[in-house]
Design a protein. Structure first.
Length: 535
């Protein structure tokens, strides 16, 4: 039984501001000065979660990803390195909103008994944070909750979000048949670097890549990874830019994956030659987008949809070339925000099935586990490729019947280690894209030429109450307010290749309207019409 006095006394040091909190798609995220009580209470939930799972290690990540420097956030990571089980999100929300220290403790005890948690069971938590200045104080709040509830804690200080997910998975699989890697940051770099070298073998890179790290944690961590990759004659030349983590105000400002995706242009600080490969990470390095300018100076974005199609085409080829295509099901998971051309390319050209899920990586991740090789990416660059236990078994046990089969199999095998199986990881995805382009001998122009994006527009519409907008069919249609969907359908029907939908954002107080159509003007027009329907 938790010590009532201890928990209440500790909680009293972390008063809850007069606000309603909600654990959303990205955990809790807001202005950092509002987060103290939330992080303390997340500590209590982490204690419960670990005890419920009989001492398996739970991760706590303190980050606000691509948000501005003054924000911060907190989210929980489950034992296999995946997002917190959805059914527990409501407990997080209830704890965060408990109205007094006593009410908080009563709720904590109620959850212990309702969820049949053995309060004598061990509890283990690891925590990491990004480079925001508010991070250390928030970690201190977490520590107080963990101390009051007798949890064993390891503080990994500054890490990327995917590195924390990696460590959680390594710890919980240690000594089992699913062992994932060495439990250290060094183990992460070694695993990636060794898989990368194995995947490349004698293949050569055509030039290097400029990587914008959003002045976030990805900068120092990429610089560290480079040491493990080696810079031999044949090595990949990675030029790191925007890796200033000493100036806290520079984080995500005029740079980073979100800036590039939203503004459809390169950060002013990224100076690259025509046709040079460029990539931008977000503030906690779990998202990546590529881009380049052509010889006429025109900017071209290669976003998450492009990475998904590139990966799916390469993996389908490898499965075929290694003689495993009949044994491995391959699928791509997207959200409604994926460009219609990418979906068409995957289904009609690659002949690979596409599944559409709700927004938020936990939904995509879950759907991807239904394939032997499940490729999932959000258009904004968050994603990875999952290999089922069955796929890993086939890949490691298959007897190749020719040198060509053996070669493809070796590449496929190395990718199972190169690609982060816990969560989308910008550093791992960066190396994956580089490997694929090198194998295919493709420039970014070749990559872009695979299909032509439909012109599209995403608008944010401020509404009085976004909660009245209830979506279904993977958020492509609205069931309420009644009548709105038929107005949207009517608007869409007037445009060639038109597609549009509106849904309430899970992270911002707004409704998002997405529209695509045959021309830029039509896409703008359609987005405007649908926006005025929901406004
Ligand atoms: P919302 O605010 O629910 O649209 C946004 C992104 C998601 C995802 C989450 C963060 C778009 C359109 N939406 O969600 O893809 O990244 O933030 O988890 O980019
Ligand atoms: Zn992020």
């Amino acid at each position: 039984m938790a010590n009532k006095e201890k928990v209440i006394a500790a909680s009293a040091k972390h008063p809850r501001p007069d606000r309603i909190f909600s654990y959303g798609t990205a955990g809790f995220r807001m202005k950092a000065n509002l987060l103290d009580s939330v992080v303390f209470r997340v500590g209590l939930l982490a204690a419960l979660r670990s005890r419920k799972l009989n001492g398996q290690t739970i991760g706590v990540m303190i980050t606000a990803s691509h948000n501005p420097p003054e924000d911060n956030g907190v989210k929980l990571v489950d034992p296999m390195g995946e997002m917190l089980d959805q059914s527990w999100e409501t407990y997080a929300t209830s704890l965060a909103n408990a109205t007094s220290d006593e009410a908080l403790f009563t709720l904590y005890e109620k959850l212990t008994s309702d969820l049949k948690i053995n309060s004598e069971a061990p509890a283990r938590v690891i925590v990491a944070r990004d480079t925001r200045t508010s991070g250390p104080t928030l970690v201190a709040s977490l520590v107080e909750a963990l101390t009051a509830t007798g949890v064993e804690l390891t503080d990994y200080k500054i890490l990327t979000t995917p590195q924390l997910h990696y460590l959680v998975r390594c710890i919980n699989t240690k000594g089992t048949q699913y062992e994932y890697g060495e439990v250290s940051e060094k183990g992460y770099y070694e695993k990636l670097a060794s898989a990368f070298k194995k995947a490349m073998r004698s293949k050569k890179f055509d030039g290097g890549v400029v990587v914008d790290c959003a002045n976030g944690v990805g900068g120092p961590k990429l610089n560290e990874l480079i040491k493990y990759l080696g810079r031999g004659e044949d090595g990949l030349a990675i030029k790191v830019v925007n890796d200033d983590v000493l100036n806290p105000d520079a984080l995500n400002v005029q740079c980073g994956a979100d800036f590039v995706k939203t503004n459809q242009r390169a950060p002013p600080s990224v100076k690259a030659a025509p046709l040079e490969r460029c990539a931008s990470l977000d503030g906690d390095a779990d998202r990546i987008v590529y881009y380049f300018t052509d010889k006429s100076g025109q900017f071209h974005l290669l976003d998450g949809d492009r990475i998904a199609t590139l990966a799916a085409s390469f993996l389908a080829d490898l499965a075929r070339q290694s003689g495993l295509s009949g044994k491995l099901s391959i699928g791509v998971v997207q959200t409604a925000y994926a460009n219609g051309s990418s979906t068409q390319y995957v289904t009609e050209h690659l002949k690979v099935p596409v599944v559409c899920t709700n927004t938020g990586v936990k939904h995509l991740h879950h759907a991807a586990t239904r394939f032997d090789i499940g490729v999932y990416f959000e258009a904004n660059g968050h994603g990875t490729v999952l290999f089922s236990p069955q796929a890993i078994k086939h890949i490691s046990q298959h007897e190749p019947s020719s040198p060509a089969q053996a070669d493809a199999l070796e590449t496929l095998h190395s990718l199972t280690d190169l690609i982060n199986q816990a969560v989308g990881d910008a550093l791992s995805d960066l190396l994956l894209v580089e490997v694929i382009l090198a194998h295919k001998g493709w420039s970014p122009e070749n990559w872009l030429a695979t299909y032509k994006d439909l012109p599209n527009r995403l608008v944010r519409v401020e509404v009085k109450d976004r909660h009245i907008f209830k979506a279904y069919d993977a958020e492509r249609k609205l069931e309420s307010p009644v009548g709105v969907q038929s107005l949207i359908d009517e608007a869409v029907g007037k445009f060639s290749k038109g597609r549009s939908f509106a849904r309430a954002s899970g992270t911002e107080d707004a409704v998002r309207v997405y529209a695509e159509a045959g021309s830029r003007g039509e896409a703008e027009d359609l987005a405007g019409k649908v926006a005025s329907i929901v406004r």
